[in-house]
Design a protein around this ligand. Structure first.
Ligand SMILES: *[C@@H]1O[C@H](CO)[C@@H](O)[C@H](O)[C@H]1NC(C)=O
Ligand SMILES: *[C@@H]1O[C@H](CO)[C@@H](O)[C@H](O)[C@H]1NC(C)=O
Ligand SMILES: *[C@@H]1O[C@H](CO)[C@@H](O)[C@H](O)[C@H]1NC(C)=O
Ligand SMILES: *[C@@H]1O[C@H](CO)[C@@H](O)[C@H](O)[C@H]1NC(C)=O
Ligand SMILES: *[C@@H]1O[C@H](CO)[C@@H](O)[C@H](O)[C@H]1NC(C)=O
Ligand SMILES: *[C@@H]1O[C@H](CO)[C@@H](O)[C@H](O)[C@H]1NC(C)=O
Length: 647
């Protein structure tokens, strides 16, 4: 509207305005600093914007960046050389001075096998906290049973190469790393959802890259004053459109005015021409106004504490519809669990802890950090929690949609024949895998029960509620609020020394095994006095050769010979787990191995001949398993010790 007034003003003033605009324009163009022009941001192919302190060799002038940040464009990729290794820069975050790189080898070799550790030595770079410890082991004497990323391309029949997150787990598992010729640590950015990392293969994991942060003089004040940062005489300089300046372009306002004048002038000229042609100028005007020179807007910052995502209380209150009791998923040992949907659409299970003791909060974050780092396909992922300043401690877990094993065995979701024996076997193996992983990470679950074994839509096991006891360590004054296990599953030795060990988890898992073959709940007061506890009932039946009274008839125990043999073996394993004296129980690792053996054994063939293949070390070391329950008492599943292996 103002423009229309302008266009109606008398001619002499028009000419005057035009003259001012023209001279400013000429002035601006003539006075442009060549260094300012040279340091325009650049990209290699589709890569990120390369800007100070980075600069591109051959494409830009050395004064545009710090010599430690020299990038070379190779095949449209920005490549940074650190300690003689090439890394492709995948992304640069100027706002928090960090960037994501991946070893260039990963993109070039069919079998990427970095042979030395990433050395940051004298560089201005540092590893950011978002990286997880990923280690590659080359040429080891044996394969660990522990789940690892296989490196088939670098292995042969005698020398195995593999990679694993948290190598400590292997050592805790008594896997001797001494048998490996070399070990290379590779950080991997685990800022993404860790579960997706577990679904990847080795190369894909390496392609995730890792993040580094840098220290260099901050250039943001220069950029805010519409200058461009550069580097001269070992110093950061700010190039302005008309002259170099040390810190900022103070005349930024002046440059802005010139720009505004130019834009206005151009609009004005076009406007006049269009007016003559009777065009409506408003379209152009609105376009010019919507142009935002600052580019980006401040986004809501994601907060996190040492890699643990911190949710705000309000966010979770909103996600759970104000902790709507209709959305309650269950009542766990340490708190109530609610279903929720985060703003980003993720479905979550939010655990509201009963305990609000301030002292606990101190430990809380460290413990949550340990728990978030525990990643396994058979463990429910912990996404994060509320911050220590929040008014309540809430834990946010991945939501698992398909109920618990208890629901499917004897709860709301139970249907005759719905869980066939092979599925139950798979559940047993996956649960044992998760527990063995926890034990290898030095964590006792303390509350193993079918209510804590969740199933996803593909009946993949997700063990929940692990490690919460770490948040509330055994403490005499808190015995009542920190439950140690659930009736029916608790290690009988616990009542003698009030201490839970890994073998207590083994006992509870024994109860789970019996539930899987019997479909009966762990405790049922409608049963006979001596059989209220399923573990007692099972021990009696197995010892009295009446296993058939325990087994769920719908599984085919009487009709299918293979199923009968498998169930008998599982019952015998459970019998070992349920031993009163904990020293007599196998370790979780041994239980897992025995279960896998039962799952994969060819029972039909075994009858004719005990065929030992190279992989079946377990079979080789343990005696052929007798089918009669009589053997239960002395059947030894131990595979590592020879103490009583030779009968
Ligand atoms: C830096 O910011 C980016 C994007 O905002 C984020 O993805 C990244 O995790 C941050 N890195 C660090 C080390 O804070
Ligand atoms: C890499 O670092 C680890 C310790 O972090 C060390 O044990 C290993 O030998 C190193 N590997 C090489 C190839 O230097
Ligand atoms: C396996 O690889 C190792 C190391 O690369 C080599 O020393 C060994 O001879 C190979 N063995 C076989 C059977 O190929
Ligand atoms: C590892 O070996 C130690 C000592 O021999 C033993 O106490 C521990 O139970 C073993 N751990 C596993 C997971 O087998
Ligand atoms: C890993 O997965 C990618 C794509 O999913 C595939 O192209 C590649 O061949 C796989 N690599 C190996 C070593 O299996
Ligand atoms: C880079 O990250 C490390 C680890 O988080 C931190 O100690 C260091 O201060 C960071 N450096 C910069 C310049 O942000």
């Amino acid at each position: 509207m103002d423009l229309q007034n302008l266009s109606m003003s008398p001619k002499p003033s028009l000419i005057c305005i035009f003259f001012i605009i023209f001279t400013s324009l000429v002035n601006y163009i003539l006075s442009l600093d060549p260094k300012f022009q040279a340091c325009v941001p650049y990209t290699c192919g589709d890569g990120p914007n390369i800007n100070y302190p980075f600069w591109i060799l051959h494409e830009q002038e050395p004064f545009c960046g710090n010599p430690n940040f020299t990038i070379i464009c190779k095949d449209k990729n920005p490549v940074l050389t650190i300690a003689n290794d090439d890394y492709i820069i995948k992304d640069i975050f100027y706002s928090n001075q960090s960037f994501l790189v991946a070893n260039a080898m990963v993109y070039e070799d069919t079998c990427p096998a970095p042979l030395h550790n990433v050395s940051l030595g004298q560089t201005p770079f540092n590893f950011s906290l978002y990286n997880g410890d990923f280690s590659i082991f080359y040429n080891c004497g044996s394969k660990p049973y522990y789940p690892v990323y296989e490196l088939d391309c670098a292995s042969n029949s005698t020398h195995h190469s593999f990679a694993v997150f948290h190598k400590e787990a292997l050592e805790l598992h008594n896997y001797s790393l001494k048998s490996c010729r070399s070990l290379v640590d590779v950080p991997v950015d685990v800022g993404v959802n860790f579960t997706s990392l577990l679904l990847m293969n080795y190369t894909e994991v390496l392609k995730m890259g890792f993040s580094l942060n840098w220290s260099a003089q901050d250039c943001s004040s220069c950029e805010r004053s519409s200058g461009r940062c550069g580097f001269e005489n070992n110093e950061f300089v700010c190039f302005c459109h008309d002259r170099p300046h040390l810190k900022t372009c103070n005349d930024g306002a002046g440059a802005c005015l010139v720009m505004v004048l130019i834009i206005l002038g151009v609009i004005f000229l076009i406007h006049r021409r269009r007016l003559k042609k009777k065009y409506d100028p408003s379209i152009l005007l609105s376009r010019s106004i919507s142009y935002d020179p600052s580019g980006t807007t401040d986004q809501e910052r994601e907060s996190s504490y040492f890699g643990v995502h911190l949710f705000t209380y309000n966010e979770l209150e909103e996600a759970t519809n104000n902790f709507d009791s209709a959305k309650e998923l269950g009542d766990g040992g340490f708190g109530t669990v609610y279903y929720g949907i985060l703003r980003d659409g993720r479905q979550v299970a939010v655990k509201r802890l009963y305990e609000h003791n301030c002292k606990r909060v101190e430990q809380f974050m460290n413990e949550v950090e340990i728990l978030t780092r525990l990643r396994h396909p058979n463990l429910v992922s912990l996404y994060g929690c509320t911050s220590r300043t929040s008014r309540e401690l809430l834990l946010v877990y991945e939501y698992i949609p398909n109920g618990t094993v208890a629901d499917h065995l004897h709860g709301d979701l139970a249907k005759p024949g719905a869980l066939p024996f092979p599925t139950r076997m798979k559940i047993a193996v996956e649960t044992a895998t998760a527990l063995a992983y926890l034990h290898a990470s030095d964590i006792i679950h303390r509350d193993v029960k079918t209510n804590n074994i969740l199933l996803d839509n593909n009946f993949l096991v997700k063990v929940a509620d692990f490690g919460l006891s770490r948040l509330f360590p055994t403490d005499v004054t808190h015995v009542s609020t920190a439950p140690q296990g659930t009736p029916g599953y608790v290690d009988p030795e616990y009542h003698e020394c009030y201490q839970l060990t890994e073998k207590s988890d083994v006992f509870s898992f024994g109860v789970v095994l019996i539930e899987l073959i019997s479909s009966m709940p762990a405790v049922d007061i409608s049963r006979h006095r001596h059989e209220i506890n399923l573990s007692n009932m099972a021990m009696n039946k197995i010892q009295n050769h009446t296993l058939h009274e325990l087994v769920d008839t719908s599984l085919g125990f009487e009709s299918d010979c293979t199923v009968k043999n498998m169930i008998t073996d599982v019952a015998e394993l459970a019998f070992q787990c349920l031993q009163y004296v904990k020293e007599m129980r196998p370790s979780m690792a041994e239980v897992l191995e025995a279960l896998k053996d039962i799952q994969h054994r060819d029972y039909v063939k075994d009858k004719e001949e005990i065929n030992i293949s190279a992989d079946d070390v377990v079979l080789l070391k343990s005696d052929p398993i007798p089918l009669s329950p009589d053997s239960a008492l002395n059947w030894n599943i131990s595979t590592s010790t020879t103490s009583n292996g030779s009968r």
